[in-house]
Design a protein around this ligand. Structure first.
Ligand code: AMP
Length: 558
């Protein structure tokens, strides 16, 4: 057996202590994320700014904890009036705006399940997710509705109500009382639904419960070094799990001021925000860091970043050069950390004060038992030797572990072997206990930090009348990590041409949205397949990278 930092009993004890650091619903009525994030601060820190929204035009809007308390109470009352109850799914297709945060917390107060969808998705990914989640309510804007939901509305029989953040949202809230008592909430009540992707099949709805807040709170303190007086900026979009766990929930539980940028990436805009908002803790992603590195070190001199005391990054491999660059240019390293939609919170991290080894994701947090394993069927063999490649496994029992893939018991069960959750990520652990990312075991693609399932992209291409077969891979890219590249074989009667190439790009973009659609398409006469007719994406990838095609089972993500 390898040595692990925490024994089973210690781990349990650790989480019990962390649970005790939270408040819990009054009169022992359970644990509710929204109470920990909002209501419990009102008495002592009601006038403290909870959220500062920086609009695209650089004006800003502040919501104090009391403002958020009242607005989320009103939203919870509105849901109740609409007949939306516990466990009903309330989805958002929204940018980083106040309505998104109010919907998240108001839904949790009502014990409904909050399901944020990335607003850059096209109609197809939105339809799949709203359908699978059986969403009852969706909060969006009029423009997003017209472009992305109107074309698919007929396929959403469970949807009862669309609320427009720039339409009836304010009126709906104004008509309600700002008084709301959160009903008793079991820590095991469902709270959050995050869709993620695998190699095959439909997107997977990872379901999290209210108890997850124990991990959100503890890991933000440990891995992001978050303290009540911080001014925190998480650059992730709340349409992905980081943007919810650490963009919405965790900072609120700590009572900090969160800066929310409604605009898109621009190096000057970002540095100005860090300066003007006196950001102290900044949680970002490797693609953004690489873009900042491209913008150069000169422009950094134009800004005062002296308030910044901690930088962390997640979502894809962080190049060692980025850590070194950060040390040189910002005067502090970037602390890489690792986790997944399924883990709900940070599991492995470089924490404050620990030696940062550039290129490593860090070590398991207290409360987290991680191992490098090999497994077959239900047997897990823990690899105790250092520097041996294997799968990252986590021992069950941390509070933010996903409790289900919605409606897919078998798929969920397959993620576990005995006591271990198998992550699907390959890594090595060095003699100091640091984890080094190697690659994914499946064919999912990480493009600009967004996890994309190849199957979803391939299916959309197959809807085009000219396409007989399609296969999608992640092609290494110096900035985005990977870009989506599709290979297609055409039906008889269709010929490859630059016009058809552009038409297919446009077709996929319209259906899937710019982030999910392929950036490159190549035509092939036929796609390589296994004996059982499975398309060999890995072979295509090996050819694309100019790697030997022999042992393709070892072809990994970049
Ligand atoms: P998601 O579920 O979308 O958050 O994606 C989770 C996946 O992103 C993980 O399983 C990894 O493959 C990848 N990932 C997350 N953090 C890191 C990291 N620090 N280094 C390398 N890959 C990462």
């Amino acid at each position: 057996m390898m040595t692990i930092t925490e024994t089973g009993t210690d781990t349990k004890q650790f989480w019990l202590q962390e649970r005790a650091a939270l408040t819990g619903l009054p009169r022992g009525k359970g644990l509710n994320i929204a109470f920990e994030a909002v209501d419990r601060h009102v008495a002592r820190r009601g006038e403290h700014i909870a959220l500062r929204f920086r609009r695209k035009d650089r004006t800003s809007l502040d919501l104090t904890y009391s403002d958020l308390h009242r607005a989320t109470n009103r939203f919870a009352n509105a849901l109740k009036r609409l007949g939306i109850g516990p466990s009903d799914v309330v989805a958002t297709v929204l940018g980083r705006t106040p309505a998104l945060f109010i919907t998240a917390m108001g839904s949790l107060k009502n014990r409904s399940v909050f399901c944020p969808l990335f607003s850059a998705f096209g109609p197809e990914p939105i339809r799949e997710r709203l359908r699978l989640g059986k969403a009852r309510v969706v909060v969006t804007t009029e423009a997003l509705y017209r472009k992305k939901i109107a074309p698919i509305i007929a396929d959403l029989p469970d949807l009862r109500r669309v609320i427009y953040a720039d339409g009836d949202f304010d009126g709906l809230l104004a008509a309600e009382s700002d008084d709301f008592t959160i009903p008793p909430t079991s820590p095991e009540d469902p709270a959050l639904l995050h869709f993620t992707s695998g190699t095959t099949g439909k997107p997977k709805g990872a379901l999290h419960v209210h108890e997850a807040v124990v991990a959100h709170h503890a890991t933000a303190r440990l891995a992001l070094d978050l303290r009540a007086e911080d001014r925190f900026w998480c650059t992730a979009d709340p349409g992905w799990v980081t943007g919810t766990s650490y963009g919405i929930i965790a900072p609120l539980t700590h009572g900090v001021t969160t800066i929310v940028d409604e605009g898109e990436f621009d190096a000057d805009r970002w540095y100005r925000l860090l300066q003007e908002e006196k950001v102290t803790v900044w949680y970002t992603a490797p693609t953004a860091v690489r873009m900042l590195m491209k913008a150069g070190r000169e422009i950094v001199r134009n800004y005062d970043l002296s308030h910044l005391r901690f930088i962390a990054s997640v979502g894809e491999p962080l190049n060692p050069q980025a850590v070194i660059w950060s040390n040189q240019v910002y005067g502090i390293p970037i602390h890489d950390n690792w986790w997944q939609t399924e883990t709900g919170g940070i599991m492995i991290a470089n924490i404050r004060g620990m030696e940062v080894r550039p290129g490593s994701m860090g070590r398991p947090l207290p409360g987290v038992e991680a191992a490098i394993v090999r497994h077959s069927d239900d047997r897990v063999e823990i690899i105790s030797d250092p520097n041996v490649e294997g799968e990252i496994a986590l021992r069950k029992g941390w509070p933010s572990m996903f409790r289900a893939y919605l409606g897919e018991e078998e798929r969920y069960r397959k993620c576990f072997a005995g006591d271990w959750y198998l992550t699907g990520d390959l890594a090595k652990r060095d003699a100091g206990g640091y984890y080094w990312f190697v690659g994914r075991m499946d064919d999912v693609i990480k493009t600009s930090g967004h996890l994309i399932g190849p199957f979803e992209v391939e299916s959309a291409l197959l809807d085009h009348p000219a396409v007989a077969e399609s296969a999608v891979i992640g092609k290494p890219d110096p900035v985005a990590g990977e870009i989506i590249k599709a290979f297609v074989a055409l039906k008889p009667g269709f010929a490859a041409s630059p016009e058809l190439h552009d038409e297919l790009l446009g077709f996929a973009r319209k259906k899937l949205g710019a982030v999910v659609a392929p950036k490159e398409i190549a035509f092939l006469d036929a796609l390589p397949k296994t004996g059982s007719e499975k398309i060999m994406r890995r072979l295509l990838k090996a050819r694309e990278l100019g790697l030997p095609e022999g042992d393709i089972s070892t072809v990994k993500a970049s």
